[in-house]
Design a protein around this ligand. Structure first.
Ligand code: SF4
Length: 599
């Protein structure tokens, strides 16, 4: 049977050695690739006592569809133990880096240990070269990438900026200037290894078990996609279409640190305004010729890809910044220094609320105000360089709120240490339940907001709906295929079959997604998550919901816990969220995976 490369490269930064091999077939059948295989490698390889321990592996993963002929095949991920949550992280990026890694001959690159001096890695079909990065240390993302691409023609680069070097717990790994493996602090793990960049170059072909079938399937899907209304809408407005929809229809636009679901000045940051004020140009990731949801903004002599909806919702409405150019400036700073713009926005809006309530120093209380872009941008720089109050926020909202105290934990918008993203749960209850029960609290786990906004959900059916949604996204993040490709597993399974040669159907993909969720849960329990983390900040249980399934009500804590328990039951987990022995058996997971999980 032919398979994809399935080749891994294991790099030891401490001793500057590497080894390579091919993963066993069964692992691919069970975990598909991408997130799933990355998780299984992390479970085996991670012996860290802390995310900044050199023993914490940083694993770049692609999926069998990455870089292939199917539309939107650009994505790849980084898997590691997150310094923000202490638990599992898979952070995804589009662009060209994933396909470049496969062209360099590797599907999974696991980096362990730490370098004594700043280093970067050159990945080629021959393996890894360990190169000196002393001249790059301290440089921003833009300059680093420019230098390395000139030094290694034809390469793609994933690099960190000062935020990663300074171990800001939500530092990103950046690629192609404006794209990021953004969530959860993978950039800080890379900084802790004194690894400035990974450069991939090669011309290996992407293998297919049945190239003719794959090509025919791709052409058929392309023709259908060209006529699909969702593709056209995403091309026109990108993810920023959600600013207007969240404001006018859903009433869940995160505003004023999640106190509100509508923002008075929202017109200043809509897709239409950005298109006009920022001279947007549509750009696409590798292999994305139809949807091309990304937008290149050009203004005041600057350019940045975006802003994306999430950036606008947290650096924009969340902080009450209603000016497209000021928002784009903040976005540009995050990209330049290598910060996750979502966590940065949520941490700053939390700090703004603290200042509004007079909980910070007199100077910070004065300087940090909702709607003041200058204070926001100064704080972004202070976070990246860990200066003054920025040093505390660089620890993440959870840890900062523990230090600031004075009741501020209630409006520190994090779950298990991850600043939550997507929408305001006071306007979209299903997303709150989803975020609390996901492996970490990010919109990238499952997007239920469209269905709730359109009135398609009921409270009774929610646990089963959320479980299925999380399983599906796990599998998509393993194939890996972009969330915005508007086709389900009935259409995607044949692609998987044609590329790997394994019999695959929608059911086997969903089961793989379920397996991944149980394994990530075991890993999270082993690394310190407990059932006490499967909840939301107090704000969402004490203020009245303004829209969605809970409109006009305060979410009862007991009811929320009952819904969490219903999801656990459907998964075959006990009341603490521990997968039961029979669940492990049903999913083909070994009982040794449960080692280290508190009884
Ligand atoms: S739809 Fe957008 S995010 Fe997805 S591959 Fe295309 S450009 Fe990239």
């Amino acid at each position: 049977m032919k398979t994809s490369f399935n080749r891994y490269l294991e790099i030891d930064l401490t001793n500057q050695t590497f080894r390579h091999g091919q993963l066993e077939e069964n692992r691919l059948r069970q975990f598909l690739g991408g997130k799933g295989v990355g998780l299984s490698l992390l479970v085996e390889q991670d012996r860290s006592i802390d995310p900044f321990d050199p023993e914490n592996p940083l694993i770049f993963v692609t999926g069998p569809l990455t870089g292939s002929l199917i539309q939107t095949s650009a994505r790849s991920a980084v898997v590691t133990r997150s310094p923000l949550t202490g638990n599992f992280l898979d952070s995804h990026a589009g662009g060209h880096f994933g396909p470049a890694l496969r062209r360099a001959g590797w599907d999974y690159v696991s980096i362990q240990g730490a370098s004594d001096l700043p280093a970067y890695l050159l990945i080629t079909p021959e393996g890894a070269q360990f190169l000196d990065a002393t001249d790059l240390w301290g440089k921003d993302v833009f300059e680093t990438e420019e230098t390395l691409r000139a030094r290694h023609p034809g390469s793609k680069v994933a690099a960190i900026g000062p935020a990663g070097e300074n171990r800001v717990r939500f530092a990103a790994i950046c690629t192609e200037r404006y794209r990021q493996f953004g969530r959860g602090g993978a950039g800080a793990v890379m900084g802790s290894k004194r690894l400035k960049a990974v450069v991939a170059v090669g011309t290996e072909a992407i293998p297919y078990a049945d190239p003719e079938r794959f090509r025919a399937l791709s052409q058929e899907l392309l023709a259908e996609l060209q006529q699909h209304p969702n593709a056209k809408r995403r091309y026109d407005l990108g993810t920023m279409m959600w600013i207007r929809m969240g404001q006018e229809i859903g009433h869940f636009l995160p505003t004023h640190n999640f106190r509100d679901g509508q923002f008075l000045a929202y017109e200043g940051i809509t897709a239409e305004t950005c298109k006009r004020e920022l001279s947007w140009k549509s750009v696409g990731c590798y292999g994305c010729s139809v949807i091309r949801c990304s937008k290149l903004a050009r203004w005041n002599g600057r350019e940045v890809e975006g802003p994306e909806y999430e950036t606008a919702a947290f650096l924009g409405s969340g902080c009450e910044i209603g000016d497209a150019k000021e928002l784009a400036d903040a976005n540009w700073l995050c990209d330049r220094y290598g910060l996750d713009s979502i966590s940065t926005g949520v941490a700053i809006s939390y700090a703004m609320e603290c200042a509004e309530r007079g909980l910070l120093s007199p100077e910070m209380n004065e300087k940090l105000r909702f709607g003041h872009a200058e204070g926001q941008q100064a704080l972004i720089e202070d976070i990246a360089f860990r200066r003054g109050f920025g040093d505390l926020l660089a620890e993440g909202t959870r840890l900062a709120s523990r230090v600031i105290g004075q009741g501020s934990e209630a409006f520190a918008i994090q779950c298990g240490g991850m600043e939550i993203s997507g929408v305001n749960p006071l306007g979209c209850y299903s997303m709150g339940l989803n975020l609390a029960t996901a492996d970490f609290a990010s919109h990238t786990r499952f997007w239920s907001a469209t269905d709730e906004m359109n009135g398609n959900l009921t409270l009774d059916a929610l646990p089963a709906y959320i479980k299925a949604g999380q399983d599906e996204i796990n599998a998509r993040n393993s194939l890996i295929i972009c969330d915005f490709l508007p086709f389900g597993f009935d259409r995607l399974a044949p692609f998987m079959e044609a590329v790997t040669g394994f019999p695959t159907d929608a059911e086997s993909l969903m089961k793989a997604g379920e397996r991944i969720q149980s394994l990530s849960r075991l890993y999270n329990l082993r690394t310190g998550r407990s059932h006490a983390d499967d909840t939301l900040p107090e704000r969402f249980f004490s203020e009245t919901s303004f829209a969605g399934l809970m409109k006009g009500r305060v979410i009862p804590k007991l009811f929320f816990e009952e819904q969490v328990q219903a999801i656990f039951q459907l998964r075959g987990w006990d009341a603490e969220g521990r997968p039961l022995p029979e669940t492990l058996q049903r999913l083909g997971l070994s009982s040794s995976e449960a080692q280290g999980v508190p009884a």
